[in-house]
Design a protein around this ligand. Structure first.
Ligand SMILES: *Cc1c(COP(=O)(O)O)cnc(C)c1O
Length: 458
């Protein structure tokens, strides 16, 4: 695909590295969305980053609106985080024995969130996988409920999401009595048996939740939800929706697993729970964290009620372990990041997000491109659609071709957006006036590029 309105030559070094990468790695990337499949073109190979800026192997600079898909809350190469990490590395990098930064990071997470205890792992995927196992072990039940469009990592049982959830539920209800599959895997390589115990529902749909629990309530171990979904674009919970989920789970003796891998320590100091549960007076039974809490290193966690966590090995019968879990370098980086993530940081993120949202809306309005901007705390995304987006079905009904043109026009003007219309845009404490102005300056031309595509297809 050629970028509309492209003002730049091809990024020759990135093109060359992408070719080398594709020879030795499937698709040339180690996580699929980096490959630019949804927007076309060549992913930029990044040589270095500092603050709000990325530098690619061709020497071009970009304002980063991915922030490593969330973790870089303070911006890249934060001097104090780096100082502490560099110092920690001189003491060795992993011992396979307990360390003090693990305890301090756990204390910081317990202080900010409603969990009593946490267990560290190395990725968000491991966190949700372990939380589900723990919920099943604790309740002695087998079924798991999730929402279409919510992503919880590449756990077999949670890779069921595609298609209309209501149809999935009806389908499930009709087959459930004979003990057959509840939902269909969303990935090749996941056997039906792995998702057979997963019920998929449409997000923000209380009626579907009630129906599922009425039908299967005594078999449901857990309901897992993104605290505020950001993996289908940002689709905030309707007011009271998370409280309703908590109450429903309590009523049926199921555990609410609130996945805050993306929202945790990003949308507010206390994550999405700080915006709803804390105010409304409820808490999830289990929570999962990742991204920001690793400070740019592989660290994640799951945690929750002490009586539930007591079922984990070595105290209880639910097995879970990891060679690099709680790695001292990763926990040092996470701890430094959380300690520096003060109220001022979140206020700055809000301010920057508001500036970019306002300018994006204005540019798209001026160009006549239908759009919806949705937010959860400091996290937001732009849907190229003419309708509100309360769920996955609505998220899928957007103009992805217009987004691709918009994306490339932004990239050509030095703004590195997520290369998909179904992702959140992330800002950091290091996004200063110069970075924001670069984004604002790029928006009108990008909106025009999107408008041109829409005119061409109308
Ligand atoms: C990123 C993400 C995960 C998976 O985390 P990984 O570290 O990529 O395995 C799980 N849940 C949510 C909500 C996420 O955003």
């Amino acid at each position: 695909m050629t970028a509309i309105g492209s003002q730049l030559e091809a990024p020759l070094e990135s093109v060359a590295w992408f070719e080398r990468a594709r020879a030795v790695t499937p698709g040339g990337v180690n996580s699929p969305v980096r490959a630019f499949n949804a927007v076309g073109g060549t992913p930029r190979f990044i040589r270095s980053a500092s603050g709000a800026w990325l530098t690619d192997v061709d020497g071009r600079e970009y304002v980063d609106l991915i922030c490593s898909w969330g973790p870089m809350l303070l911006g890249h190469a934060h001097p104090e985080v780096h100082r502490q990490v560099a110092e920690a590395v001189t003491r060795g990098t992993t011992y396979g024995a307990p360390t003090t930064p693990e305890v301090e990071l756990a204390e910081e997470i317990v202080a900010r969130t409603p969990v009593d205890q946490v267990r560290f792992v190395s990725s968000g995927t491991e966190a949700t996988m372990s939380a589900i196992r723990l919920a099943r072990g604790f309740t002695g039940r087998d079924l798991v409920v999730k929402f279409a469009g919510c992503y919880h990592g590449h756990v077999d049982a949670l890779l069921a999401a595609a298609g209309s959830g209501l149809v999935t539920l009806r389908d499930a209800a009709s087959r459930g009595s004979s003990g057959q599959a509840f939902s269909v895997p969303g990935s090749s390589g996941v056997p039906d048996s792995a998702t057979a115990l997963t019920i998929v529902l449409p997000y923000n749909d209380r009626e579907a939740v009630t129906t599922a629990f009425q039908e299967y309530g005594d078999r449901i171990a857990a309901l897992i939800t993104e605290a505020a979904p950001g993996n289908m674009g940002v689709v905030p919970p309707e007011p009271g929706f998370n409280a309703f989920l908590a109450a429903t789970c309590t009523q049926y003796g199921a555990l609410l697993v609130s996945d805050e891998v993306m929202t945790g320590f990003r949308v507010s100091r206390q994550g999405q729970w700080g915006l709803d549960g804390k105010v409304e007076g409820w808490r999830p039974d289990l929570m999962t964290f990742g991204k920001v809490m690793g400070g740019g290193f592989p660290a994640a966690a799951f945690g929750g009620r002490a009586d539930v966590m007591a079922h984990l090995a070595p105290l209880g019968p639910v097995y879970q372990a990891g060679t690099l879990s709680g790695n001292p370098i990763a926990t040092t980086a996470g701890l430094a990041t959380l300690r520096l993530a003060t109220e001022d940081v979140y206020q700055h993120l809000h301010q920057v997000a508001d500036q970019i949202k306002g300018a994006a809306a204005e540019a798209l309005d001026t160009a006549g491109v239908p759009h919806r901007i949705q937010s959860a705390g400091t996290m937001f995304s732009v849907f190229f659609a003419d309708h509100p987006v309360p769920d996955f079905e609505a998220a899928q009904a957007q103009d992805t071709a217009a987004f691709a043109a918009f994306f490339h026009a932004m990239l050509d003007r030095g703004v590195h957006l997520p290369p998909s219309a179904f992702e959140a845009w992330f800002v950091s404490a290091a996004h200063d006036d110069r970075a924001v102005q670069t984004v604002l300056d790029a928006l009108p031309a990008a909106a025009s590029a999107a408008a041109q595509v829409q005119k061409g297809t109308r």
